[in-house]
Design a protein around this ligand. Structure first.
Ligand code: ZN
Length: 243
């Protein structure tokens, strides 16, 4: 049975990424939904590690696009733009070249993927059932994977009346895919659902299963690195609260 490791929003948090990779044993491929960098202190190390993963599919996120100069860092809030500028100054040539190769969206094995949403891949947040319902018009596959909100959840499309049903995971959980669905694995490097543990998913296409996992990782070390790098202190503080 095929098992795909699905990760998103790593945000240069190396201890979190390493914790995910040692927890998620026995996967056949890795699908990464973007935002490899931004906020965190180890962008090159995270990109190098992600590039080494088997059967990798990797998308561009809004923070990756900002670092490449494809979108204006002024469109970010002050602290996010500070970290984007820091990342621009600290990325090596190989990391930059890799980010430049990333697409905004893709379809693999009959699964659509976008960082934010199928309608607006780099920018739109799927935070509510109405935005999610409208986005089912913008992909044709049964399943679409997104990140960007840093919250692990599923939206299922029901008809008569046409509506999207939201299920948010509180801790680990298993979801059986029975209808058209938009699935979010949460964030590896900066969870925002008040659970500070790193988040990832395992997608099993033959069984139509989506497993959400949470793992404790070494938050004090990445906080120390953020402060040492001179990145905004709030990026360090928020990690221990999961917000
Ligand atoms: Zn993000």
């Amino acid at each position: 049975m095929t098992r795909i490791l699905v990760i998103s929003d790593i945000h240069a948090n190396l201890p979190a990424l390493e914790a995910v990779l040692s927890d998620a044993v026995g996967y056949d491929g890795v699908w990464c939904l973007g935002d490899l960098v931004g906020y965190g202190p180890r962008p090159n190390e995270c990109i190098q590690l992600i590039r080494s993963l088997p059967n990798l599919v990797c998308l561009l996120g809004n923070h990756d696009a900002a670092v490449l100069g494809q979108i204006d860092v002024e469109s970010f809030n002050h602290e996010a733009s500070q970290s984007a500028v820091w990342t621009q100054n600290n990325l090596n040539a190989g990391s930059l070249e890799f980010l430049k190769t990333l697409p905004e969206s893709t379809v693999v094995q009959d699964v659509s993927m976008a960082h934010g949403s199928p309608r607006n891949p780099v920018w739109e947040y799927l935070l509510d059932i109405y935005t999610a319902r409208d986005n089912f018009e913008y992909f044709t596959t049964e399943t679409c994977l997104v990140g960007h909100t840093h919250v692990p959840l599923t939206y299922e499309l029901l008809e008569n009346p046409r509506r999207a049903v939201l299920t948010q995971f509180v801790g680990p959980g298993v979801h059986r895919i029975t209808t058209r669905s938009i699935l979010n694995p949460g964030s590896v490097g900066q969870p925002r659902d008040y659970d500070p543990r790193t988040s990832y998913a395992i997608y099993s296409p033959e069984d139509k299963l989506w497993e959400c996992h949470r793992v404790v990782y070494d938050i004090p070390t990445v906080q120390k690195w953020i402060r040492e790098a001179g990145l905004p202190p709030r990026h360090a503080e928020r990690l221990e609260f999961g917000w």
